[in-house]
Design a protein around this ligand. Structure first.
Ligand code: GCB
Length: 612
């Protein structure tokens, strides 16, 4: 199967009602800022088992026919036809993973078919897209029986044009979601989290004029130097899909005195550099967002965007010219209390409540792009974000087609979130093996990330430091490609005793360093001595010794203990202690605080771990 997400263009037979434009498979920026027809709610579902012959033929190609047609079986009379029926099938809630909604699907990795009807009134000179916030891992979309588009990648959005496929009145959409793991997927088959399958994020229909704003980037100009006093120049672009050259575009930020009239070029792009009358810069202490009004032809979108500058100077990280120290935690997209994949406002509110309680100003969103609600909340609450693509450990670095898929994921992550002031770091990977093939692959990717977005820092979490001459030495060449280097290590848990950290010396690059993972497992409520494994006391002890060690690293600019909250992982199989959860959380999956929580909270409150 050819699954180049970036090339998976919609294939549609032209219909009489089709507009002149080719149907698009794209990613619309700011969908959550538009008025949409939500398709969230109850969807009928049917499950298939390996070899998933309802979806794939014997050569592995997607069948064009089958369940996507949404036909109904002849029950009483007529020739034998279909042996499936969505109309009488049970329902799953969208957004939501299937695993936590149907007990028989709890461990299921495979194909689930989703179907729902919707009413629609097409309007003249408008285009309509089916927006999927994320579906894990592969998705295949049919509307009214037409195969519209496919997408690969479980954590980024996609938008498929359905203008020619929808009709007035009742319509239906069918999406087959396949969560099966494959070696050449991103991530590959092995990873330490739960493979929640399904339409895990919002689904909607987005209707726009025939020429519409599909992408934009409004940011503080990133010059070679920064001076807070003169920080008033905004730059970026607005892209208008389907626009002829010379289409008028306006950018208005009333509170900043910006009212700029632009025109698209031949590529539909209107680039700008404009002076704002005044700008109150965004920071964790002052998460100021501006109402940014964009208009192009008949299309309008109003976003809320913060403006700030982030850069590295020597071994420091400067936010708006001032050195900053990142106090944070790692977070998986595991929903607190109810468990399952994060997909609601309440899930996000709970997670940010924990971060605020911890006195965190930072979060590493491990190990994949999270629900866009996370970035929105971070923008409003002043929490800085590390965002990562799921290059977890051993993906197929030797395959050009995997590089192409990875580039597509990187582009999707950056495109969705480049207007979020909270996001300061793009991470290209986590704990990859230090060898030339991987280093070349990730260096190219890091360079590409920097070229796509020169306003942010590029990072990666490395676990390639090795003992040498009595110290832990990092001489991983990938570090050369990074602006800030993340270090993962588990002294006191996977190796040695908690106290071993006290005497561990680190030899690290002269770049800002963040200790991006460290910690230990503890079952909430399990008590014992400081060295009794799986107890809250030992976990707290490990963190206390880690902090003592980290305080001695001069270029330390951030810490994110692993991990904010216990999360499901099928390989964590010690009954009564793990029960299918990675227990390195400062909180249990129910939100109960372990002793380690207060160790971190106290250190953050006192700002006692590192200096900006
Ligand atoms: C790591 C990984 C993380 C795991 C964690 C652990 O190094 O980056 O994804 O969950 O260790 O708990 O083993």
């Amino acid at each position: 199967r050819a699954f180049l997400a970036v090339l998976a263009v919609a294939i549609l037979a032209p219909s009489a009602t089709a507009l002149a434009q080719e149907p698009l498979r794209t990613l619309l920026v700011g969908v959550d800022r538009r008025e949409v027809n939500s398709l969230n709610g109850d969807w009928h579902y049917l499950v298939d088992q390996p070899p998933f012959s309802s979806l794939y033929d014997s050569s592995g190609k997607v069948r064009n026919g089958g369940y996507g047609q949404n036909t109904h079986p002849n029950i009483d009379s007529g020739p034998h036809n279909a042996e499936y029926d969505f109309a009488t099938a049970p329902t799953l809630k969208v957004p939501g993973d299937w695993n936590t909604q149907d007990p028989t699907l709890f461990r299921f990795e495979g194909v689930v078919w989703y179907q729902r009807d919707f009413n629609f009134q097409p309007q003249p000179n408008k285009r309509t897209f089916l927006h999927v916030g994320a579906a894990n891992y592969r998705s295949y979309v049919w509307v009214n029986g037409q195969h519209i588009c496919d997408h690969e990648g479980g954590f980024t959005p996609f938008d498929c044009e359905v203008t020619a496929a929808v009709k007035p009145g009742s319509n239906f959409v069918v999406v087959a979601v396949d969560s099966t793991r494959h070696v050449d997927d991103i991530p590959t088959v092995n990873y330490d989290w739960f493979d929640y399958g399904g339409l895990t994020r919002d689904v909607s229909l987005v209707t726009v004029p025939s020429a519409f704003i599909d992408d934009y980037d409004v940011h503080l100009r990133h010059g070679t130097t920064f001076n807070a006093a003169d920080a008033a120049i905004l730059s970026g672009y607005i892209h208008v899909e389907g626009a002829t050259a010379g289409t008028p575009v306006t950018l208005r930020i009333r509170e900043a005195g910006v009212d700029t009239h632009l025109q698209t070029d031949a590529a539909g792009r209107a680039s700008f550099e404009v002076k704002a009358a005044k700008l109150d810069l965004w920071s964790p202490e002052n998460p100021r967002l501006y109402k940014v009004e964009l208009a192009a032809g008949d299309d309008r979108i109003t976003d809320e965007i913060g403006f700030r500058d982030v850069r590295v100077e020597g071994t420091r990280i400067l936010l708006n010219g001032k050195p900053i120290f990142l106090q944070g935690a790692n977070a998986h997209a595991e929903a607190p209390i109810r468990t399952g994949r994060v997909c609601t406002d309440q899930d996000v509110k709970n997670l940010f409540g924990y971060l605020k309680d911890l006195h965190a100003n930072f979060v590493r969103l491990a190990h994949y792009p999270h629900d866009e609600r996370m970035e929105r909340m971070a923008d409003r609450q002043g929490i800085l974000i590390w965002s990562e693509i799921p290059n977890w450990q051993r993906i197929s670095f030797d395959k050009p087609e995997v590089f192409a898929k990875d580039e597509a994921l990187l582009r999707e992550m950056i495109r969705r979130d480049r207007n979020k002031a909270s996001v300061i770091l793009w991470s290209v990977s986590n704990e990859t093996p230090d060898n030339p093939v991987r280093t070349e692959f990730l260096t190219r990717l890091a360079n590409e990330a920097r070229q796509l977005d020169p306003t942010r820092l590029i990072t990666s979490a490395l676990n390639s430091a090795r003992p040498k001459d009595g110290a832990m030495v990092l001489d991983d060449k990938l570090a050369d490609a990074l602006d800030m280097v993340g270090i993962n290590e588990y002294i006191g848990w996977y190796v040695g005793k908690p106290e071993d950290a006290d005497n561990t010396r680190w030899v690290l690059p002269e770049k800002p360093i963040i200790f991006s993972e460290f910690g230990a497992e503890a079952k909430y409520g399990n008590h014992g001595g400081d060295h009794a494994r799986w107890t809250e006391e030992q976990q707290a002890n490990v963190l206390a010794h880690q902090f003592a060690m980290l305080r001695k690293i001069p270029q330390l600019r951030g810490v994110t203990p692993w991990v904010l909250m216990d999360f499901r992982s099928p390989s964590r199989n010690i009954p009564k202690l793990q029960d299918g959860f990675n227990r390195k959380g400062l909180l249990s999956e129910k939100g109960e605080k372990k002793l380690a929580f207060s160790v971190v909270q106290k250190a953050y409150e006192d700002h006692s771990i590192g200096k900006p």
